[in-house]
Design a protein around this ligand. Structure first.
Ligand code: LMR
Length: 353
């Protein structure tokens, strides 16, 4: 009986083996060595999460960067871009980066002010006159110092990107003079300097994460907001606000960040390729954000009934006078000599021109 069971097991094993043996074994042919397969197992994947739409300056820059990295590393590094907060919202993307759940994010610098108050510098109203000013400052020594500002938190700064200037909008009345803001509720990003800006205008700042912007506006949680045209357009905020002022009063910059431990472990040649791809993307983005914002402003004017005003130089100066306390507030938050000098120089410039 034992002999019968043993031989049945052997026969069954042989039958199964026959069907599952690789074709090469049966045919005697050798399978060629698969180079691509081997490459895939060594591929480095960078998950890059951000909160805005793909057709915005940041969305487009993230895609360009991903393409350049893949090209420069011959496919060794793959950058997977997750737009629209599909992976992480701006409430948890920083933690996700620190935990290495994602390896790259590009939050607006305002959202980093709780890590270091110095980031608030970029939230000062009328800090820049034009895109050239922005580019010069971001690529200056002062700009570069921001990249290492949060290394002690395990964050490596790769670049500062520009999405150009923010504009104001409201559902209650046109915003042309400082008094027009009085009593209104404005959605803001979490930044003490931006909060101060609205308080100085007699308005009430309300912090709302970007992914809740549309619904909170629908639910009437605030009356107005400030953002770049690309965000006003892609989030369809223009459809829910009656008045918009092209004020160019604020700057929206992004800090492109990587998990530091992940970065430190990358081979030197890969780091070099990533840095090259990043610097090409950063220079491209300055003009690209200008192009996208201009194009989408025309679309808003064409597609909606929002009333658009353009602030004159004289009106800008009236806003600045009302907003001077915001500069004082920033000067109190930092001991950094160079930053203080930069800010004072800017105040002198605004007051004498
Ligand atoms: C916002 O929250 O309004 C912006 O920071 C969104 C973005 O990343 O452009």
């Amino acid at each position: 009986m034992k002999y019968l069971i043993a031989s049945s097991v052997l026969v069954i094993t042989l039958i199964i083996g026959f069907f599952f043996l690789p074709e090469s074994f049966l045919s005697g042919k050798e399978i060629p060595y698969d180079d691509e397969q081997d490459g895939l197992s060594k591929q480095i994947v960078i998950r890059f999460s951000h909160v805005v739409a793909e057709n915005t300056p940041k969305g487009l820059a993230a895609q360009k960067f991903a393409r350049l990295v893949e090209e420069k590393t011959d496919g060794l590094v793959k950058v997977e871009v997750y737009p629209n907060g599909s992976l992480h919202t701006d409430e948890d993307e920083l933690d996700a980066l620190i935990d290495n759940d994602v390896q790259m994010i590009a939050p607006s610098v305002s959202k980093l002010t709780n890590l270091a108050p110095e980031w608030g510098l970029f939230d000062l109203p009328f800090l820049f006159d034009n895109d050239q000013d922005i580019e010069e400052t971001l690529s200056s020594e002062l700009g570069h110092r921001f990249l290492s500002l949060n290394e002690n938190k395990g964050i490596k700064g790769l670049a500062l990107w520009s999405n150009g200037f923010k504009q104001m909008s409201s559902n209650l009345n046109p915003l042309l003079y400082p008094d027009d803001f009085k009593g209104q509720r404005f959605r803001i990003m979490p930044s003490p300097i931006i909060a101060e800006q609205f308080k100085a205008l007699g308005a009430k700042p309300v912090e709302v994460p970007f992914n809740q912007l549309y619904t909170s506006l629908q639910e009437d949680q605030f009356d107005g907001q400030e953002n770049t045209i690309s965000n006003i357009y892609s989030r369809r905020i223009y459809g829910m606000q009656k008045y918009m002022t092209v004020s160019n009063h604020g700057f929206l910059g992004y800090a492109v960040l990587m998990n530091k431990e992940f970065w430190d472990k990358l081979p030197k040649e890969v780091q070099r390729d990533i840095q090259e791809a990043m610097s090409e993307t950063t220079s491209w983005m300055i003009s690209e954000s200008q192009r996208v914002n201009e194009e989408q402003l025309n679309l808003i004017a064409r597609e909606s009934s929002i009333q658009i005003y353009r602030l004159t130089e004289q009106e800008k100066m009236e806003w600045y006078q009302a907003l001077r306390p915001v500069y004082q507030k920033f000067l109190q938050t930092t001991n950094d000599k160079e930053m203080k000098e930069f800010v004072k120089k800017r105040m002198d410039h605004l007051e004498t021109h």
